[in-house]
Write a protein that binds this ligand. Structure first.
Ligand code: CTP
Ligand code: MG
Length: 375
């Protein structure tokens, strides 16, 4: 069974009091909604993801989620959760829809699989916690064994959600979850136990509690290096895929982009691969001199291994030319090539004070370090 997933990340996060939309507040080193994106991307039965965010955040969301292949659409949410759901539902192509709050960053693969199982005997299902405290409705104590505290993910046959939304709109009901909507349309529902750590983040204290949980993640670090001598003939100087000048370029069989070579080496080493020359020399002989091609090939390998770049640090040594003023343009180029936010790219340069061949202005030397994280 294939499933469309709607990731609801369009709330304002009033109660969290961070002065920013909740889904974009950092949890364990990344924007909250990226945890759920990771989860949905990893579940084999989720075939597409519709990400719903506040309208002013669409571009930021696009940048942050560029590495996620299953995203079909990033769209603007509405003033209520129900409206945001309706906005996302329009783009769902599968017959079954999974909804996930960005505010539930600790949801698990097992919960999604459990919901898919639960759908065998029902039309909609959701994860929830049993009430631990005594529950009262004003003066009446309720039987807490019958009380469930709802969380996401939730799953529903799409037709029930569509009809549920129509009924809710007609009857002016504002549902705060999908089970309620499916129920309005007469769905047979099921509730399964939520993972103990999967609690919605609502108040500042929830963020603190959440920091205790371990988010399964695997990191890789890569180190790359390259150096080239300046050419005696007229060649363009290209660094990070950006043409700095028509002259003063570096020697090499390729375009001599020493920065992209160091970066490609770093990526390759992080993936357990070999040096640039082991694949780029052959590409060069086939006439591919653009260093972006070597980088692209390595990025493809990285995606196949289900990793994404989290940040890049580059250090350049050379007496000439002065590079600092070109950094914004080089950064822009790297942002595009790596689909990485510019705040995650650091470029530094040093003249080398005449101590080395680079310090004497005979060439350029570059070191690059990358950090990769699994998808
Ligand atoms: N949500 C949404 N669109 C809205 C409101 C909420 O997509 N108009 C999403 C939130 O981004 C969140 C989930 O629904 O992932 C659960 O909502 P809630 O915890 O209430 O989040 P916020 O509305 O952002 O928080 P608050 O109510 O404190 O403002
Ligand atoms: Mg809300």
């Amino acid at each position: 069974m294939k499933i469309s997933a709607i990731l609801l990340a369009a709330g304002s996060g009033e109660r969290l009091k961070k002065g920013a939309p909740k889904a974009f507040v950092e949890v364990q080193g990344q924007a909250m909604f990226l945890h759920s994106l990771d989860l949905l991307e990893r579940h084999p039965q989720v075939s597409e993801i519709i990400l719903v965010v506040p309208k002013p955040k669409i571009n930021v969301a696009k940048r942050l989620s560029a590495a996620f292949k299953k995203i079909k659409k990033i769209t603007a949410g509405g003033s209520t959760r129900q409206k945001s759901l309706a906005a996302g539902l329009e783009f769902c192509r599968e017959k079954v829809v999974l909804s996930q709050n960005a505010a539930n960053p600790f949801a698990t693969i097992k919960e999604i699989s459990g919901l898919i199982q639960a759908l065998k005997g029902s039309d909609a299902a959701a994860v929830a916690h049993r009430a631990d405290s005594t529950v009262r409705e004003n003066l009446k104590t309720l039987d807490r064994r019958k009380i469930w505290l709802m969380e996401t993910p939730q799953i529903s046959k799409k037709d029930f959600l569509i009809r549920g939304l129509q009924i809710a709109n007609r009857q002016k009901i504002e549902a705060t979850d999908e089970l309620q909507l499916a129920e309005l349309a007469g769905a047979k529902i099921k509730i399964i136990s939520a993972d103990k750590k999967n609690r919605k983040i609502t108040h500042p204290i929830d963020l603190k509690n959440g920091s205790m949980f371990h988010v399964p993640c695997s990191m890789r670090v890569g180190l790359g290096h390259d150096s080239h001598r300046f050419s005696k003939s007229k060649r363009p100087l290209i660094l990070g895929g950006f043409k700095i000048s028509a002259d003063g370029g570096l020697e090499g069989n390729s375009d001599g982009d020493v920065l992209l070579h160091a970066l490609t080496n770093a990526l390759s080493s992080a993936l357990g691969g070999g040096s640039l020359s082991t694949f780029a020399d052959a590409m060069c002989r086939r006439g591919m001199r653009d260093s972006k091609k070597y980088l692209e090939l390595t990025l493809k390998k990285m995606r196949a291994a289900k990793f994404t770049v989290k940040n890049l640090a580059v250090s350049i040594e050379g007496r000439k030319p002065k590079l600092e003023k070109h950094f914004p343009k080089i950064k822009k180029q790297l942002t595009k090539l790596l689909k990485l936010d510019s705040s995650r790219i650091g470029l530094t340069a040093t003249t080398g004070e005449g101590l080395t061949a680079f310090g004497r202005g005979e060439g350029l030397q570059v070191f690059a370090i990358v950090l990769l994280r699994n998808l």
